[in-house]
Design a protein around this ligand. Structure first.
Ligand code: SAM
Ligand code: SF4
Length: 600
């Protein structure tokens, strides 16, 4: 799909002229990427994307089930659609992602308004499912059924991974068609699928996510991810590097590598399986862990450190290479050295601790102790914290409060860890019992909600103070800032949804239209997901000039006013020097310094 090649009329849906699709995304960066890839495929097939559900003929929710709150939002959306479908029985409704996988067919039984159910491991099948759903709905309507009967029937197009992992010892089972979804990614320089805003095609895509691993093998006792996204699987390095190169050629200057435990990435070439000429992703190997260097490193293996170095070398125009999320265990010195020795790898690590109590960490099955966690962050700072060279290390974390049996002492230990870690920002989540997980089955959710809330607020208060202190240290300093777009405040002023350098599908997180890759939900009560990238704090200020927002290498959010005579389009997607003059909560406010022209 690209600006040059007009999307063709969908041959798959007879009688429908470019069906209008609304796709709403909840949850993490992985879901954002999944939505982008799915949207690219559907657009190439002739579907057109709209930025509101009202005019859509197909409504898709890409869901998150990490916490109950995220699921509730989707249930309430589906309830509204059930009412709408009574008047609009041709409407096709799809639930994609983790909720689909977790609830399975029970979801359709509860909500017959849902025609398509597609787990995150089966998204490559979505075009066929939608096509079938369309045909089925049309035949239901053409049948002798009344429209009222039809609106109560689901077209029941279902693709779920179920309990079976995608890979097994057999070659046939090793075939990974989902890899084709990533491989078919569109990287046209002027790519857009935003049909509501066709001129957005003139905006080059400057920031992109690239998946390196899927799934997770950790089985933390509270977490649904190993069940919804399946076993940990590593993509072949050649596929990843090729994707990064293509994105770079298309003008992308910031790439974020994605995985649940990115530092576990490893590809063993001697064990690679090729099917139909395509090297297949490889199941993650489990091993004792606790190493300082990848124990399998060697000429026939691409370790995470190797992968970072190879991307850095292969895509020299990518100014910023990031990765999320890191697992605190098994983070070797080899990776820290790779970050230190490659100037375009960002000095930013998102390393969730989850708790500061060894007892709770054990119940969570995290596989490390508090002192091991602290040893890691000290070691990381030893390698990477170089403020005197203008390269500080910025850390962010996740904490769960109110895990079963958590006492005041356990919570005090968590606060001590937050104080000691001095995160730039930390996402604090109230424990949410998730059916199917070990914690749900074996541990009573015995911390009252009022206590969870109080601990959540107390932890937020501590973190806000630390974030504020760290922000203040930035005053007077000049940072290279990657300009993501107009600030939210600016967008609000103009009364239109944020449109940033990411281009691509109009993504919504937790119901809010977001900058395509800029802001996502925070870990507070309203996020509706588990996204862990600091969100732009609302600013009350109204200035007469145009305000832009961007991020530092350490992922700090920076606002600055567009200098008179400069155009926002010139600066968005560029890295420019900004001198910080003041701070407000998590945000830094500064002035573009030097010249108004982009520095790179
Ligand atoms: N893989 C990453 C790691 O282990 O560090 C985190 C991915 S998880 C999808 C994002 C965050 O959601 C976790 O770090 C955890 O803090 C939070 N989370 C996961 N399950 C949760 C639950 N049942 N209740 C509350 N928070 C949860
Ligand atoms: Fe969930 Fe992260 Fe633990 Fe995997 S490592 S089970 S994704 S919290």
């Amino acid at each position: 799909m690209g600006a040059a090649a007009e999307p063709r009329e969908p041959s798959t849906i007879p009688g429908m002229s470019r069906p209008r699709v609304y796709l709403e995304t909840f949850g993490c960066q992985m879901n954002e990427l999944d939505s982008e890839l799915v949207a690219g495929q559907l657009h190439a097939l002739g579907y057109r994307f709209v930025d509101g559900p009202e005019s859509a003929q197909v409504i898709l929710y890409n869901t998150c089930s990490v916490r109950e709150h995220a699921e509730q939002k989707v249930w309430s959306r589906l309830g509204e659609l059930a009412i709408r479908k009574q008047d609009d029985p041709a409407l096709v409704v799809g639930v994609l992602g983790c909720l689909a996988e977790r609830d399975g067919v029970a979801l359709v039984k509860r909500m017959p308004v849902v025609d398509v159910l597609c787990g995150p491991g089966e998204l490559d099948k979505l075009p066929a499912l939608l096509d079938n759903a369309y045909r089925t709905r049309r035949s239901l309507l053409a049948d002798r059924l009344t429209a009222t009967d039809a609106d109560r029937r689901s077209a029941s197009q279902i693709a779920l991974q179920g309990n079976s992992s995608r890979r097994s010892a057999t070659l046939a089972a090793a075939q990974d068609s989902l890899e084709m979804l990533d491989l078919s990614r569109a990287t046209s320089p002027l790519d857009t699928i935003d049909d509501d805003h066709p001129t957005a095609g003139a905006v080059r895509k400057r920031s992109a996510y690239v998946r390196i691993t899927r799934g997770c093998n950790k089985f933390c006792t509270y977490c649904v991810v190993p069940f919804t996204r399946g076993a940990e699987v590593h993509r072949p390095p050649e596929h990843i590097i090729d994707e990064c190169k293509k994105l770079a050629d298309a003008g992308v200057v910031e790439i974020t590598l994605l995985g649940q435990t990115v530092n576990h990435y490893r590809f063993e070439h001697g064990a690679a399986v090729t099917i139909g000429g395509v090297v297949q992703p490889q199941k993650g190997r489990s091993y004792a862990g606790g190493h300082r260097r990848d124990p399998f490193a060697g000429s026939n293996v691409t370790t995470f450190a190797d992968l970072l170095s190879r991307i850095h070398e292969a895509a020299p125009t990518v100014e910023r290479l990031r990765f999320v999320t890191s697992y605190p265990r098994d983070f070797g010195d080899d990776v820290l050295e790779a970050i230190r020795d490659h100037p375009r790898i960002c000095r930013y690590l998102h390393v969730p601790a989850q708790s500061g109590s060894d007892r709770i960490l054990k119940l969570m099955n995290r596989g490390y102790t508090v002192s091991e966690y602290l040893e890691f962050i000290d070691r990381a700072r030893g390698f990477l914290h170089q403020p005197e060279k203008g390269r500080p290390l910025s850390l962010s974390g996740d904490i769960i409060v109110g895990f079963p049996t958590e006492t005041d002492e356990d919570f005090a230990a968590t606060i001590a860890l937050v104080e000691r870690a001095r995160y730039k920002n930390c996402f604090i989540f109230k424990y949410s019992p998730r059916p199917g997980t070990t914690a749900y089955d074996k541990l009573a959710d015995d911390v009252p909600d009022a206590v969870k809330r109080a601990r959540n607020n107390a932890a937020l208060e501590v973190q806000s103070r630390i974030s504020d202190q760290l922000s203040r240290e930035a005053i007077g300093q000049t940072f290279d800032v990657f300009v993501e777009g107009l600030s939210r405040m600016e967008e609000k002023k103009r009364e239109r949804p944020a449109k940033a350098c990411g281009g691509g599908v109009a993504l919504t997180i937790g119901g809010n239209v977001i900058h395509s890759h800029a802001g996502v939900a925070s870990g507070d009560e309203d996020d509706g997901g588990c996204s862990t990238r600091a969100v732009e704090a609302p600013s009350d200020e109204v200035s007469g000039t145009t305000q832009l927002s961007g991020r530092t290498d350490g992922d700090q959010i920076v606002f600055f006013d567009l200098p008179s005579g400069a155009s926002a389009d010139e600066l968005v997607g560029r890295i420019v020097p900004v001198r910080i003059e003041r701070v407000q909560r998590l945000s830094l406010f500064g002035r573009l310094c030097g010249r108004a022209e982009p520095v790179r």
